[in-house]
Design a protein around this ligand. Structure first.
Ligand code: NGS
Length: 324
């Protein structure tokens, strides 16, 4: 009260400042959006049961353990990776297998940081996994979505185990070890809470950054559209016009588990009207023919090189081609 009196003596009315302060706190609070947008969130106790495991081969007792509390403990030593970036737990039978597909061009530092971080992260989760980096050759605008489609196609040629796909940007690192890199029964948006957005989910339908989707689901929606060159929109098309329109639900892990750090890089030029133009040209009209004609079904590319690097398999592709 003394301070209030002093302020009054100075002729200052503190209430508008207090009001402004409170409003600011409400607006900048990191949980502001996450709470209101948390629909189809898998509760922590259901997290492991929600995952789709590899078919059981009857050796249940030697299955790799997966324990969320155990994951949080420090002191994990990582294992060497097979040439080409694949890994299997050495002394137990994995419950899950995941194919990570990373679209790539021109960001060597990010790729190095991503791989150095992800291998121990995935190994700690006792998954078996493969990492495919799909690099777009110079010449055309970057087509993230088409690179994912190519990664899907190429991984299926390379590994018979592939049933769960993680389509992931190279500049995002998961911050919570409980964020299991396996597929859930419904397609999952993984990278919902980024440091860049102060761990807020910018809009509920966001499906960019990193997603986990089963092979059959991805095939059922005909993959991504191949028509998005440049930044933005391809993920919105996948969620709205393909995944949700096909009757799937998009789920998420809880917001504290879905936290990600974005690695620094020059921002890609924003193509603000990419999606609008796409829709104006017919979009992925689910009931019409376009969805079935644009995606995995009309995927054209040429593989220029396929190399098994020390920490990943690299596939260099030319998108300007009309070869399938
Ligand atoms: C939207 C984009 C999405 C993108 C999201 C978040 O505006 O493709 O921002 O991007 N949609 C359109 O452009 C239509 S982020 O800022 O995280 O890079 O995923």
């Amino acid at each position: 009260m003394r301070y209030y009196k002093c302020l009054k003596d100075l002729g200052v009315n503190p209430w508008p400042y207090l009001g402004l302060g409170l409003t600011l706190i409400v607006f900048i609070h990191p949980g502001r959006f996450s709470v209101s947008f948390d629909h189809h969130v898998i509760q922590e106790e259901d997290l492991i049961p929600s995952l789709v495991a590899l078919p059981d081969e009857g050796q249940v007792q030697s299955k790799c353990p997966l324990n969320l509390e155990h994951l949080a403990h420090p002191g994990f030593k990582s294992f060497p990776v097979e040439q080409g970036g694949g890994w299997n737990p050495p002394d137990c039978i994995p419950r899950f297998h995941s194919v990570l597909v990373i679209p790539y061009r021109d960001r060597p530092e990010n790729l190095q940081q991503f791989l150095a971080f992800m291998h121990p992260f995935l190994q700690r989760q006792n998954l078996s996994y493969d990492i495919f980096v799909i690099e777009q050759a110079p010449g055309m605008a970057f087509n993230r979505a088409k690179l994912f489609n190519i990664g899907f196609r190429e991984a299926l040629k390379a590994t018979s185990e592939a049933y769960c796909f993680i389509f992931h940007d190279v500049d995002l690192l998961p911050m919570d070890r409980r964020n299991i890199y396996a597929c859930t029964r419904q397609p999952r948006h993984m990278t919902s809470h980024l440091d860049k957005f102060r761990y807020n989910l910018p809009y509920p339908q966001l499906f960019g950054g990193g997603i986990a989707i089963l092979k059959d689901q991805f095939q059922a929606v005909n993959g991504f559209s191949n028509r998005f060159f440049g930044w933005g929109g391809e993920d919105d098309d996948l969620s709205q016009n393909r995944v949700l329109a096909s009757g799937y639900q998009i789920c998420r892990f809880p917001s504290d588990i879905n936290r990600y750090q974005m690695l620094s890089h020059r921002p890609a030029p924003r193509m603000a009207d990419n999606y609008r133009k796409f829709k104006a040209a017919g979009g992925s009209d689910h009931d019409g023919m376009i969805l079935s004609r644009d995606g995995l079904s009309d995927l054209m590319y040429t593989v220029l090189a396929r190399t098994r690097e020390e920490l990943y398999t690299k596939i260099l592709v030319d998108l300007s081609t009309s070869m399938q």
